[in-house]
Write a protein that binds this ligand. Structure first.
Ligand code: NAP
Ligand code: ZN
Ligand code: ZN
Length: 347
């Protein structure tokens, strides 16, 4: 076993303390990553605080991981020592079922091993995430990262990037699409950058008037404050696509009504409580309400390559590992510009 350390919470209070633990020995297909940066996703907060009802402790969160490959197993072909590698939201799956064969490993019919707050394929050994010094992972579940971009700004692509890229592609957002992004946080700001790069006309729908200048700097064409319903009335029936990246409970009908004929609203935000919507909000204009969950390894690599080619990275605030709790509090208050990233050199 490989001794390592991280920061863990031991219960739903989400108080983080140093935590020593071991990674598995490097198998033939494994690489050892010396973690340099790990983003703080709102999913970390939901799980650390037990809001999804599936939390196990001690929990070392973190699934936006980048670092150096420092050792490789005997059968590894994708990486050599010194390369940069990334890990997203899962680290293993069966590799054989229909989902895995369709490059949608996140929906593995057998078991998808979450990067943390999950278990390995034995469904027993707990997984610990990227708020840590090292990670041992099968090369097939890690991503190639171009060394040319600042790595702290690349880390958030491993979750926020793929989670927004995948539905934009699935719904063919591009030139001629009127798209809205709801919630300008970690996911939302990546959604804006990607939708703009794909050629869409992008509107940000936000509860935070203070974010207007940022939204425009990110490339958004319009910015609308949603706390006054009067602002939304002129937008009824105008969007082809809405990406809902809101982390807290909110009114669905208010946004569904903004969709044009055959328009689709895709939920990527995962609030604690069930959602409700009026059937009329969907039946009118033949609207579509859909969900989307991260992306498979192949699509994640495609997104990373697309971002490298188009010079797209995340806007980040880099923090020492001792400031996780402050970062959580600020993220919950929608006061993050636009992703906190932990510098693992501070661990
Ligand atoms: P985040 O950085 O905290 O951003 C969430 C944004 O939602 C905030 O910045 C805020 O934007 C808006 N918001 C917050 N509270 C709100 C409220 N009460 N009413 C309306 N808007 C509110 O979070 P994130 O990391 O982007 O994650 C967003 C959600 O996606 C989380 O639920 C997370 O768990 C989920 N997620 C899902 C997947 C997936 O695969 N589906 C992957 C990653 C994350 P404004 O200030 O602009 O209003
Ligand atoms: Zn995430
Ligand atoms: Zn599978």
């Amino acid at each position: 076993m490989i001794e390592t350390k991280g920061y863990a919470t031991h219960d739903t209070n989400a108080k983080f303390v140093p935590f020593n633990f071991a990674r598995r020995d490097i198998g033939d297909n494994d690489i050892l990553i010396d973690v340099q940066y790990c983003g703080i996703c709102h999913s970390d907060i939901h799980q650390a605080k037990g809001e999804w009802g599936n939390s196990t402790y001690p929990m070392v969160p973190g699934h936006e991981i980048v670092g150096n490959v420092t050792q490789i197993g005997s059968a590894v072909t994708k990486f050599k020592v010194g390369d940069i590698a990334g890990i997203g939201c899962f680290v293993d799956s069966c590799g054989k079922c229909s989902s895995c064969r369709a490059d949608a490993e996140q929906f593995c019919k057998v078991h998808c091993a979450a990067t943390y707050n999950g278990t390995e394929m034995d469904e027993t050994t707990p997984t610990y995430g990227g708020y840590s010094k090292h990670y041992v992972v099968d090369e097939g579940y890690s991503l190639k990262i171009s060394p040319d971009q600042p790595l702290e700004k690349v880390a958030p692509l491993l979750c926020a990037g793929i989670t927004t890229y995948s539905p934009l592609r699935r719904f063919k957002v591009g030139l001629g699409t009127k798209a809205a992004i709801v919630g300008l946080g970690g996911l939302g700001h990546m959604g804006v950058k990607l939708a703009v790069a794909m050629g869409a006309e992008v509107t940000v729908l936000s509860t935070s008037p203070s974010k207007e200048a940022d939204a425009r700097a990110l490339g958004a064409h319009y910015f609308v404050v949603t706390t006054d319903p009067a602002n939304l009335r002129p937008l009824a029936g105008t969007f082809n696509f809405i990406l809902d990246a809101v982390s807290a409970d909110h009114d669905m009908d208010m946004y569904l009504k903004l969709l044009d004929v055959e328009g689709a609203m895709v939920l990527v935000g995962l609030p604690e409580n069930p959602i409700s919507a009026r059937a009329f909000s969907l039946a009118g204009n033949n609207r579509i309400l859909a969900g989307s969950s991260i992306g498979g390894i192949a699509e994640t690599q495609e997104m990373l390559d697309y971002c490298a080619e188009h010079n797209i990275t995340s806007d980040v605030e880099v923090i020492p590992i001792t400031e996780i709790e402050t970062a959580y509090d600020r993220t919950i208050r929608a006061d993050v510009r636009y992703r906190f990233v932990i510098d693992m050199a501070t661990l």
